[in-house]
Write a protein that binds this ligand. Structure first.
Ligand code: TXA
Ligand code: MG
Length: 310
């Protein structure tokens, strides 16, 4: 039996399976199994009223979970799935309160990673409808981008029969763009590598920029934080960790944690670099934020929360 088939069987039996996606690793459970989903919350130490994303194998499964799909949401799904994008839609009967955190909406995503897609397809063959999965970190901590990081975060909290699938390094490195598709116009709830320009291009609509009152835990302040204190755009001093673009020189006595050459690389290495700071027991990490639009907006969003500066 291959890994993903064994993992799909484990999910069907109510176990948890951590799996790779192109954004970050997820901690999955059968989205129809209430006690399995409850274990996700326990394992993460996450409050029970935070909704989970339901991962599906293809856009054909949207109609199982959503009761209403506006044309622009279909256009987004066609353009960017499988991919780093989560759509918030009005939920169907299948999306119970225990997955949606009592909200009338559901978050759906088709991830673009061969292991995740194989797992989802095996799960469908066994009669499964979707895999509920938050990022595979303890609540408030940095999302894992490798299987090793998952086992360091959650290893002590998993039970016999739970599995961690190894699919290498997550290519994108930061969580999916979350788009609320319930209004007349799409609205970004969490920025990611699917950018404003990409959304407007696929939908031919202008984004709704009004404030949202939806509960998005990734939108809480003090999230994505390592143990080390994250300080933004300050001079680094001796003993500090340091993250900046590759054209910035490393100050004397400072521990360089990452030197990304471009924005995509910045996103890809960010969380691993913050983990590295904790592995080296650093007290402080100085981060020089990237400038510009596109994915730089998402990187700055995560950095602001990691540093708890609003
Ligand atoms: O890239 C990602 O999105 C990763 C991978 C594993 O797919 N998942 C992820 O899950 O980041 P999580 O739970 O750490 O963050 C998902 C966010 C949460 O902040 C949650 O509140 C929000 O999605 N969310 C999920 N369903 C929602 C809903 N119905 N309404 C509003 N927000 C929702
Ligand atoms: Mg998360």
């Amino acid at each position: 039996m291959n890994n993903t088939l064994a993992a799909a069987n484990a999910l069907k039996a109510g176990k948890l399976v951590a799996f790779p996606t192109e954004t970050v690793y997820g901690l999955g459970a059968d989205a129809q199994n209430e006690s399995a989903v409850a274990r996700i919350y326990e394992t993460k130490g996450r409050p029970a009223d935070h909704p989970l994303i339901v991962h599906i194998a293809s856009k054909e499964q949207v109609k199982d979970w959503a009761s209403k799909v506006p044309d622009y949401a279909s256009a987004l799904a066609t353009a960017y799935w499988p991919g780093p994008m989560t759509l918030i839609l009005e939920r169907s009967e299948l999306a119970k309160d225990f997955v949606t955190g009592n909200q009338d909406s559901v978050g759906l995503r088709v991830p673009n990673h061969p292991v995740a897609l194989e797992l989802l397809n095996e799960f469908v063959k066994l009669g499964g409808k979707g895999i509920a999965a938050p990022s595979a970190n303890r609540f408030g901590k940095v999302s894992p981008t490798t299987a090793k990081a998952v086992s360091e975060e959650l290893g002590n909290f998993l039970e016999p029969g739970d599995l961690i699938l190894d699919g290498g390094f997550s290519e994108v490195g930061i969580e999916s763009t979350i788009i609320d598709c319930r209004g007349a116009n799409p609205k970004i709830l969490r920025p990611g590598s699917i950018t404003v320009e990409m959304i407007e291009k696929a939908t031919k609509l202008i984004l709704d920029e009004s404030e949202s009152n939806l509960r998005v835990s990734g939108a809480l302040e003090n999230h994505y934080a390592p143990k080390a204190r994250v300080v933004l755009d300050q001079p680094a001093t001796v003993g500090d960790g340091f993250i900046a673009m590759s054209n910035v020189e490393t100050p004397q006595g400072v521990i360089r944690l990452a030197s990304p050459a471009n924005l995509d690389e910045y996103a890809r290495v960010l969380y691993q670099s913050l983990r590295e700071a904790d592995e080296q027991s650093l007290k402080r990490v100085v981060v020089w934020q990237p400038t510009g639009n596109g994915i730089a907006i998402a990187i700055r969003d995560r950095l602001r929360r990691a540093s708890n500066e609003s």
